[in-house]
Write a protein that binds this ligand. Structure first.
Ligand code: XMP
Length: 518
């Protein structure tokens, strides 16, 4: 990947749930980073562009007979190395330190660092007692040869260690998570003081490269793309159309399970504003028919996924000479699928876009966003002229409102939910809250409750509101709305949406809940 990137940081993924965040932090600092598995590392032949290596955390333990490792030679290449959590323990093990599984020394959550020695790694970081985030059971109990202790915590003496001469560093805590105070400073120091890598990664300059790459790959052929009007597929469509103009055919399959008015509005924008070659297929009736009396979430997903592909395939057969299928795969999807075969990241979610790949079509895939994180895609979208309404749109699940209507899906329930959801999203925008939230939506619960409106008894639906903050959807916390907003939204929905007489706000984080209800 990335032949045009002259300098990069390589992250070796030992399966931590937060490895992605390491890559992201480094990108945020303007440096290209790539996540590879320990297996991939063996295949790396040319280290010229590798200016630093980071060993991630992971569920393995160096105290067992068999543990995941890296060839010792990588320490002889004079490339600076930083081990995080498991990465630190691995470094200690390789260089003759001692690691113990220890109930006494295990640390989960917050811990405080105390400075022991000056180091380039902790420059501007350890000026005072620092709060860091820990998640480990094993601990290094004997320092490896030629290493020094830079910082300790109350329970763990060897929390930051270094071999200054060989530029090998290890930290027991996770500087990549936001719970570590100023964690980014550790990466800043590692990148710019230790690896001496230059800030060269910027999304806008990548735009030109991506357009050229699409041109060179596609040549005079045709590309087909399932356009949903979400951020990823919209950016893919705009990018490819800049490269090959009318040879891109976009198909929008309206499942009838989208937010109120959203699909038709997106269609108009792509057709009229961006002048794309786009066709809208209204399949809402067949989707509704196939979902009749289906309340099981997995069944809903399967029916929608299959039907989507069927409609898309049927439509695309009407076009001749199509060679490529464009998909909005993002970098986190690539990391996750690698982890599934390479290291031990346990999969939290297994969903995918319903715009997924129809295998039977035997088209070649182009995935121009596969090196990018969501926030990078948004910036790319902006630089392609994508309107803010789309580039900063909240993520929306492929199965759409079907997994936000708990229980049976009917035409009437879709309409009721669309109205409530529309009011919720509009109020978020009006109150300048929309962009502070990762994802927000209304859902319909499968129970009715009694209410009183005017002088009459009502027996109507419960509408659940969900709004979460998150970095990548893998974990999330509920958004803390000011009370006035909750008061107002509850009134607005009940007064305007016939069929709802109670509004509740979901105050669970992920984990233990998920972002969607189904
Ligand atoms: P959960 O509910 O697992 O969702 O916490 C995490 C993120 O994934 C989105 N999601 C989906 N996206 N197809 C998609 O394209 C799906 O089947 C699907 N299910 C969940 C969800 O909206 C959230 O952003």
């Amino acid at each position: 990947m990335q032949s045009l990137v002259k300098e990069k940081i390589v992250i070796i993924d030992f399966g931590s749930q937060v490895t992605k965040l390491i890559a992201r932090r480094i990108r945020e600092l303007g440096v290209f980073s790539e996540v590879i598995t320990p297996l991939d590392l063996a295949k790396v032949k040319d280290y010229k562009s590798v200016k630093g290596i980071i060993l991630s955390g992971g569920p393995s333990t160096v105290t067992s007979k068999k543990f995941e490792s890296v060839p010792k030679e990588i320490f002889e290449k004079k490339i600076p190395i930083l081990g995080i959590c498991y990465g630190l323990q691995l470094i200690a093990k390789i260089f003759g330190g001692k690691i113990k599984p220890s109930k006494k020394r295990r640390e989960f959550g917050r811990a405080y660092l105390f400075k022991k020695k000056q180091s380039q790694l902790t420059n501007n970081f350890l000026n005072s007692k620092k709060s860091v985030w820990m998640s480990h059971e094993d601990a290094v109990v004997k320092l490896p040869k030629n290493f020094n202790v830079i910082a300790s915590t109350k329970d763990s003496k060897l929390t930051i260690i270094e071999n200054k001469r060989n530029k090998i560093y290890g930290v027991q805590f996770h500087p990549e998570v936001t719970h570590t105070e100023d964690g980014k400073q550790i990466f800043k120091n590692f990148l710019f003081l230790i690896c001496k890598i230059k800030k060269k990664w910027n999304i806008k300059s990548q735009k030109k490269r991506l357009i050229e790459e699409v041109k060179n790959t596609v040549k005079k052929n045709k590309v087909i793309c399932a356009l949903s009007g979400g951020v990823d597929s919209s950016v893919v469509a705009l990018l490819i159309s800049k490269a090959i103009k009318k040879n891109l055919i976009c198909i929008m399959v309206d499942t009838g399970l989208m937010r109120k008015n959203e699909f038709k509005e997106s269609y108009e924008i792509f057709k009229k504003k961006y002048k794309l070659n786009v066709k809208l297929i209204d399949s809402s009736k067949i989707f509704l028919k196939k979902l009749k009396n289906v309340s099981d979430p997995e069944k809903k997903r399967k029916i929608i996924g299959k039907l989507f592909i069927k409609v898309f395939e049927k439509e695309s057969k009407k076009y001749k000479n199509i060679k490529f299928l464009a998909q909005g795969t993002l970098y986190p999807d690539i990391i996750e699928s690698k982890s599934a075969t390479g290291s031990k990241t346990s999969k939290i979610k297994s969903h995918h876009n319903v715009g997924g790949l129809p295998k039977k079509m035997k088209l070649k895939l182009i995935e121009p966003l596969k090196e990018f994180f969501k926030d990078e895609v948004r910036i790319l979208g902006k630089s392609l002229g994508l309107i803010e309404n789309i580039s900063y749109k909240h993520p929306f699940p492929g199965p759409g409102l079907a997994i936000r209507i708990i229980g049976n899906i009917t035409f009437n329930r879709i309409k009721v939910l669309q109205e409530a959801d529309h009011i919720f999203v509009n109020e978020l925008k009006k109150n300048n809250l929309y962009n502070k939230i990762w994802q927000a939506y209304a859902a319909l619960l499968p129970i009715k409750t009694v209410g009183v409106m005017g002088d009459s008894r009502t027996y109507e639906n419960i509408c659940l509101l969900r709004a979460v903050i998150s970095e990548d959807g893998m974990s999330a916390d509920y958004f803390n709305f000011p009370k006035y907003f909750l008061d107002n939204i509850s009134n607005k929905i009940i007064n305007n949406v016939k069929g709802i007489n109670r509004v509740v706000y979901d105050i669970t984080s992920k984990p233990p809940s998920t972002i969607e209800l189904e």
